[in-house]
Design a protein around this ligand. Structure first.
Ligand code: TXA
Ligand code: MG
Length: 319
């Protein structure tokens, strides 16, 4: 775990406009002072991230919702009380102190308070909110260890190594509307978790202004090898002896070069926690393709299938 002096050194770098990769409970983030537009620009550069994809701003005190958000809806504070620190990002109208580059020009900003002591200490020591996307090259796998960050972003100024992240799947991104909340990106906290407090209401497209969530891009999270989903699209000539199976049930695993079974007890949360690190390992294995068995579409299974479909999208032959 990073020592206090490592964190203080990293905080100083943040204050100087540098980039620091740090652990959160979900994945590693690539952080910069959220109020320093030039520092934030370096995030886009280093990640090779298109500038239309807004960043999440990390805070260490729920009260900062009032500083970064413009008159945030009172329901945000209820959700903050229930889920923060934790993997829930709320998109709220932004205040003027948030530079446009953070939000890709949107009038809204995504905010969350991570449940990771190193992250919180870093934000407190830097004394500024920290804008941080996942610390990977755009479109590639999200990092769940400091080594993953080093592999993809050797140019980062500093990496705080807090060991493997506990959750391993990104935060759920939501926004509020007049009737309830909607999910802009599926993540560790499920629709059912949030519905305990406020209703789910997906606004019909006609009522929407211009909310875009690049978390909804079709192709994302790709490992460096073709990945296919059973029952969706698997090439007819796939050679199982050169492929790995990402198995959920343990069934139909005959002939594969290797089988990764992420949970032995149908536990979707355990599967979600291990998914990205398994894909990182499979990227390095001597195989030509990955075949994933679909998981049940309930609870966090929806977020898992969302990630798998995005990873598989470019290898489908239908469009
Ligand atoms: O768990 C996480 O959320 C990780 C850790 C580091 O906190 N961060 C993360 O950031 O996954 P990133 O940049 O990879 O994903 C941010 C996503 C955007 O792609 C978009 O879907 C959504 O958050 N987002 C951020 N600000 C938004 C806004 N103003 N409106 C709509 N969506 C927004
Ligand atoms: Mg990301």
């Amino acid at each position: 775990m990073p020592q206090t002096e490592d964190i203080l050194r990293a905080a100083k770098l943040i204050r100087e406009g540098k980039l620091v990769a740090f652990p959160t409970e979900t994945v590693y983030g690539l952080g910069a002072n959220a109020l320093d537009a030039e520092a934030v620009a370096r995030i886009f550069e280093l990640k090779e991230r298109p500038s239309f994809d807004p960043l999440i701003v990390h805070i260490a005190n729920p009260g900062d919702l009032n500083v970064l958000g413009k008159h945030p809806d009172p329901r945000c504070f209820l959700l903050a009380e229930k889920f923060w620190p934790g993997p829930l990002t709320m998109v709220v109208p932004k205040s003027d102190i948030v530079p446009d580059i953070v939000t890709s020009g949107l009038e809204t900003v995504g905010i969350r308070m991570p449940a990771n002591e190193t992250a919180l200490e870093l934000i407190r020591a830097a004394a500024c909110p920290i804008a941080a996307p996942s610390a990977n090259k755009f479109g590639l796998l999200s990092p769940t260890t400091a080594q993953h960050v080093k592999k993809q972003l050797p140019g980062v100024d500093c990496i705080l190594d807090g060991g493997p992240t506990g959750i391993g799947i990104e935060s759920t991104v939501i926004s509020l509307n007049h009737k309830g909340f909607e999910i802009l990106r599926h993540g560790f906290i499920t629709r059912e978790d949030i519905e305990k407090y406020i209703p789910f209401y997906a606004m019909p497209a006609a009522e929407k202004t211009n909310i875009v969530s690049p978390g909804m891009l079709k192709s994302h999270y790709s490992p460096g090898k073709p990945i296919y989903i059973q029952g969706d699209y698997v090439p007819e000539d796939l050679q199982r002896e050169k492929a790995a199976l990402l198995s959920f049930s343990g069934n139909d695993s005959q002939g594969f070069a290797m089988v990764y079974r992420l949970t032995s007890s149908d536990d979707l949360r355990e599967y979600a926690v291990k998914l990205f690190s398994a894909l990182h390992q499979l990227e390095d294995e001597d195989i030509e393709a990955i075949v994933a068995e679909p998981v049940p579409m309930h609870g966090i299974g929806i977020a898992i299938m969302d990630k798998l479909k995005k990873a598989a999208h470019r290898y489908r032959n239908d469009d």
